[in-house]
Design a protein. Structure first.
Length: 229
């Protein structure tokens, strides 16, 4: 092969190699381009289709004003009325539990009144039967902290009056110890009976809880004087 033929052959081979490289690049870009666009389009569609998280409104809590009866400081048996708030539940037994716990623990914002007994007496349960009696069930071992007859009477009086006055479903209050009937809570007050809470000194009962005062009977008119013959 002469020099001119060899040169021509080399140029032809070089040109053919360049065409093959360009063809490969074209095929590669064609494969990547549509797929990349499809991926981007899919991602954009996915982002557009994803709904925004809906804001969940907070549940509004309804409160109820109540009157809690605690022990007046320096007074053996006198009760003091203290305003407080509880969460309002339609079921009266749920409100009864809150009221009983406020009596046992005291109202933090109260001034001029203290819990009827020292800290430690625990509520097991509060129930209301179909006769209108609220039953306060106290844990027996926790009643060991009750110090004497004055504290025990104040405990019974404060629980009975607080429940009776704030719950229209309650007419009287009875007591249980660890789920069982008992003669006393701590050896002094008879709890074989039920109470209204008005058996001990304290603020006067609301007019709505007092029996109606009967109207006096009309006085008959005096007979007319008889004529003298």
């Amino acid at each position: 092969m002469n020099r001119r033929a060899a040169t021509a052959l080399g140029l032809a081979v070089g040109a053919l190699g360049g065409l093959l490289i360009l063809a490969g690049m074209g095929l590669s870009s064609c494969g990547r381009g549509p797929r990349g666009r499809a991926d981007r389009a899919g991602g954009e569609q996915g982002e557009a289709a994803a709904p925004a998280a809906a804001a969940v409104p907070e549940t509004e809590v309804a409160y109820e004003e109540v009157t809690i009866y605690l022990r007046a400081p320096g007074e053996a048996l006198a009760l003091a009325a203290v305003p407080a708030r509880i969460v309002h539940f339609p079921a009266p037994v749920e409100r009864a539990r809150q009221i009983a716990r406020l009596v046992l623990d005291g109202v933090p914002e109260a001034t001029g009144a203290v819990a009827p007994v020292r800290a430690g007496v625990r509520l097991r349960e509060a129930l209301i039967d179909d006769r209108g009696v609220a039953w306060v069930d106290l844990e027996g071992p926790s009643l060991r902290v009750v110090g004497g007859s004055d504290e025990e009477m104040a405990l019974v009086a404060a629980l009975a009056r607080s429940l009776n006055e704030n719950l229209e479903e309650v007419a009287r209050v009875g007591f249980l110890v660890s789920g069982e009937p008992a003669e006393t809570l701590a050896g002094h007050v008879d709890v074989t009976r039920t109470y209204t809470g008005y058996e001990w000194p304290g603020p006067p009962a609301p007019a709505s809880l007092l029996p109606p005062v009967p109207e006096p009977a009309p006085v008959p008119a005096a007979p007319p004087p008889q004529a003298t013959p």
